[in-house]
Design a protein around this ligand. Structure first.
Ligand code: PLP
Length: 388
């Protein structure tokens, strides 16, 4: 007699990302849909990057590469980190990853064990909770409150730390809020991390999408270099989401450890993709300047439109999202599904980002401006109908 093998119970009850649920429903409905749910640049990947990828594939750069990434890309990352982020590292402190996502996963698996606690921003990108659950850890949320300018409270962070805390995840500019971490707050958190022997994992996936002033990287601060693992991505800066390319920088011994894990996770990142990454970092930076200028215009347009609807949006300083708290909305998931069904507008439900998102939605500013305007008008229409 044979019996069907069971599936792991915890994984069967594993939550899905609330954003993905809306995306799936939108795909089921079919076009036309106004897509404001997903954080993906509308721009095509710049031509010189695509060309470098094709050239690499045609010239036979199609073999396995080193676990940590090809030398040319690691060197280019070193130069970029110094120029843009004020982070001083050498090539053996870089690990090339399959997007920032795999860099985060690799760091969490490498630096934490089963049941260890990891502090995460709340509201925060849903994948932090998902990846921590996958790694068998426990996510412990810390608040980003409007009355503190969406900055973490170092006192709260200190109070949340227990003997099981191994990692504090910071995300600046923030997805979903667009807030940028203040240098004084970073310094206080680094001091806590140093005193308690905890790593800081800094997700800087939107590092170059800032509107008013450059962001501060924890690894660039005096205490940061020894305590921080910094994760970067090509996805947003260069409209390369489908290439799946990112990198992390960290103290040498951390990179050596994570490089060993890379063999069991992905072996190495696709070689032509890495050569496209070299072209992105070394090619003209005007494409980034142009895209950021457009995101700023979209932000200003969306803020004006939202205020005209009587809403009080937070003014994002970076990334490409507008976080909107909606009066009369308690369940943002059902609001998002209703908006999709009635107006064919897809937005991310705030609840996907943690409990503070119950009455909120997140709108992507990486869409076309007409789509952003139409989406906000539809939100306004729904709110008006509810208040009647
Ligand atoms: N971190 C944050 C805050 C994000 O919003 C995203 C993607 O949306 C990522 C990391 C992952 O980026 P990548 O495409 O490089 O895996």
């Amino acid at each position: 007699m044979t019996s069907t093998p069971p599936l792991p119970v915890e994984l069967e009850h594993f939550p899905r990302s609330g954003i993905r649920v809306v995306m799936d429903r939108a795909w089921e409905l079919g076009e036309p849909i106004t897509h404001l749910e997903v954080g993906e640049p509308k721009f095509a990947t710049p031509g010189h990057i695509v060309e470098a990828f094709c050239r690499a594939a045609r010239s036979g750069a199609t073999k396995y590469g080193p676990n940590a990434g090809i030398g040319a890309l690691r060197e280019a990352c070193v130069r970029k980190l110094a120029d843009v982020n004020d982070i001083r590292v050498e090539a053996d402190q870089i690990l090339v990853t399959v997007g920032a996502m795999q860099g985060l996963m690799c760091a969490v698996i490498g630096l934490t064990g089963h049941d260890d606690e990891i502090l995460i921003p709340n509201p925060g990108w849903p994948n932090y909770r998902l990846l921590i659950a996958t790694a068998g850890g426990r996510a412990v949320p810390y608040d980003l409150l409007p009355e503190r300018g969406d900055q973490p409270d170092p006192e709260q962070i200190a109070a949340l730390i227990t003997s099981r805390t191994k990692l504090i995840i910071l995300n600046s500019p923030s997805n979903p809020l667009g807030s940028v971490l203040a240098a004084e707050v970073i310094d206080e958190i680094l001091e806590i991390a140093r005193a308690r022997g905890i790593w800081v994992l800094s997700d800087e996936c939107y590092d170059q999408i800032v509107f008013d002033h450059p962001m501060t990287s924890p690894a660039a601060r005096p205490l940061g270099a020894e305590h921080t693992i910094t994760v970067h991505s090509f996805s947003k800066t260069y409209a390369m989401t489908g290439f799946r390319l990112g990198y992390l920088s960290a103290p040498r011994r951390v990179v050596a450890l994570l490089t060993k894990l890379q063999e069991s996770m992905v072996s190495c990142v696709s070689t032509p993709t890495q050569l496209a990454g070299v072209a992105a970092l070394e090619g003209p930076s005007s494409c980034v300047v142009d895209m950021v200028r457009d995101y700023r215009t979209h932000r200003d347009l969306a803020l004006a439109r939202a205020r005209a609807l009587g809403l009080e949006p937070r003014d994002p300083a970076g990334a490409f999202y507008l976080w909107l708290e909606l009066p009369q909305v308690v369940d943002s998931e059902s609001f998002a599904h209703q908006l999709l069904a009635q107006h064919r507008v897809a937005v991310a439900p705030g609840s996907a980002f943690g409990e503070p998102g119950g009455p909120a939605i997140r709108i992507s500013l990486a869409a076309d401006r007409e789509e952003i305007a139409a989406g906000l008008d539809a939100v306004g229409g729904m709110l008006e109908a509810r208040s009647r």
